[in-house]
Ligand binder design. Structure first.
Ligand code: URA
Length: 241
């Protein structure tokens, strides 16, 4: 990989800055100053220092966002703020996109990455990555509804859902249920509850695979995910990469 491309891909400099920094002798590769930004390096093996500070090589970035209501899961939109607008420049990568969508009024865990292969494995029903949601409901949930969800509910338009898990978290005035899905159909949880005569008042995704949304992230905040957290999302599948 060209040195200037390496520096831009790691958010260390713009292409132009990379050229100037090299010319000024501020970039070293394996200890030697390199004045030609077009030089090829091996990002996995070579040690690049910028102003004496190592530039760590990360092939991809994985970001955990606590999506607030009113923001859409898209890379651009003329009317609404998008999840990418909430990613600070130092965590942004070219090609970054949300892995899957939450509705505009759904809150919670959205993963953004420039690793299309990872996103595909996280979303494909074939890989069975569970997504866990908390739903505030209009009516208390019955054990009959739970049974129907477990068996794979058929929605009003005839769409057949995969078996899901459902448990009651809170009864009373603001009934709260936790639902685990292994797929992501359009408005799925809202339509599942509509199909049994209930209504979702508020929805939040709290977990993807074995990884919970970081409780320290306020709505609208995000942070980089650790390698082991990516592993918790895909489970044992990560080691196959
Ligand atoms: N199910 C829904 O109805 N909406 C979402 O955003 C996610 C799951």
């Amino acid at each position: 990989m060209r040195l200037d491309r390496f520096l831009t891909s790691q958010n260390a400099a713009t292409r132009r800055e990379a050229k100037e920094l090299c010319r000024a002798g501020l970039v070293r590769v394996n200890g030697e100053p390199v004045r030609d930004a077009s030089m090829n390096i091996d990002p996995a093996a070579d040690m690049v220092l910028l102003r004496g500070v190592p530039v760590e090589f990360k092939e991809h970035l994985y970001v955990m966002l606590n999506k607030p209501q009113g923001v859409i899961c898209a890379t651009e939109d003329g009317r609404h703020q998008t999840v990418l607008d909430l990613v600070p420049p130092e965590l942004y990568r070219r090609g970054m996109a949300p892995a899957g969508r939450l509705d505009i009024d759904t809150e919670g865990f959205v993963l953004l990455t420039d690793d299309g292969d990872f996103a595909h494995r996280m979303l494909s029903p074939k890989h069975h990555v569970p997504k866990t949601y908390q739903a505030v409901l209009e009516h208390p949930i019955s054990s009959e509804e739970i049974k129907v969800f477990c068996g794979g509910i058929v929605l009003s338009d005839g769409t057949k859902c995969l078996p899901a898990q459902c448990r009651i978290v809170q009864e009373g005035d603001n009934p709260l249920a936790e639902v685990v899905l292994y797929e992501g159909k359009y408005h799925q949880i809202k339509r599942m509850f509509e199909a049994v005569g209930n209504h979702v008042e508020r929805l939040k995704r709290i977990k993807i695979g074995g990884l919970e949304l970081d409780p320290n992230l306020l709505p609208g905040e995000c942070r980089e995910m650790l390698h082991k957290e990516c592993g918790l999302i895909l489970g044992s599948n990560l080691s196959q990469k």
